[in-house]
Design a protein around this ligand. Structure first.
Ligand SMILES: Nc1ncnc2c1ncn2[C@@H]1O[C@H](COP(=O)(O)OP(=O)(O)OP(=O)(O)O)[C@@H](O)[C@H]1O
Length: 199
């Protein structure tokens, strides 16, 4: 499970997270807070994509930067820029070879992404960019799934499938969202809310 210990993160002298300690002991969390409060930043630190200025990011007492942890994390965020010169299919094939996992035919079908597979990432619509980002996060069935605003931009059918999928997900799930279904905990049992304050 994720554990943040005295984590501080600054961008150009501005403190975004200040000496934050939080042990994510439960299976499911939703991080909420006003725009700019640091939700995406927290997720980037949890994924080991960005480094804190001080403090530690651990999973079951192991630092997030170690390969054994990194390969067991799935992350989706609009802040992560995907290679523009590849198609979704090429990205997924590369991802699956790196993680030694099967090609995610079923998830592609459920997210209705088949016809977009041969489109370059640079030419994908925002909703379809979200889909390829989610496919990359879930394909290898990571123990830790970190999703930044996962439903934003998805069409109705894909959104419903994703919510269903996430409500059954067996690994640790940490999402950021402004969506009622997460925030009000209506569709998710035992979804714990972590609230970040306005900066
Ligand atoms: N690379 C960066 N350089 C400078 N400032 C940054 C950078 N990334 C984030 N910030 C700043 O850090 C603060 C927190 O941003 P973050 O994206 O984590 O907030 P958020 O809670 O996810 O916001 P939102 O709800 O709008 O998505 C904001 O003030 C943002 O402008």
């Amino acid at each position: 499970m994720l554990n943040l210990i005295n984590v501080t993160k600054l961008y150009q002298q501005k403190v975004v997270l200040n000496d934050m300690s939080f042990n994510f002991k439960q299976q499911r969390y939703c991080i909420v807070g006003p725009n700019g409060s640091g939700k995406t930043t927290l997720l980037m630190l949890a994924a080991g994509i960005e480094k804190p200025d001080s403090g530690a990011v651990l999973y079951d007492d192991v630092a997030v930067y170690l390969d054994e942890i990194k390969k067991d994390i799935g992350v989706s965020s609009d802040r992560i820029v995907l290679p523009q010169f590849l198609t979704g299919k090429q990205l997924l094939e590369f991802h699956c070879s790196q993680h030694q996992c099967p090609y995610p035919h079923e998830y592609i079908e459920k997210l209705n992404f088949n016809v977009q597979l041969t489109t370059l990432v640079s030419a994908l619509s925002l909703g379809n960019l979200k889909k390829i980002s989610l496919l990359l996060a879930i394909s290898h069935h990571p123990s830790y799934l970190l999703l930044d605003e996962p439903t934003t931009g998805l069409d109705k059918q894909s959104r419903l499938w994703l919510l269903d999928f996430l409500s059954e997900y067996s690994g640790q799930l940490i999402v950021t969202s402004h969506e009622e279904c997460f925030v009000n905990n209506s569709d998710f049992h035992q979804l714990n809310i972590v609230e970040l304050a306005e900066k």
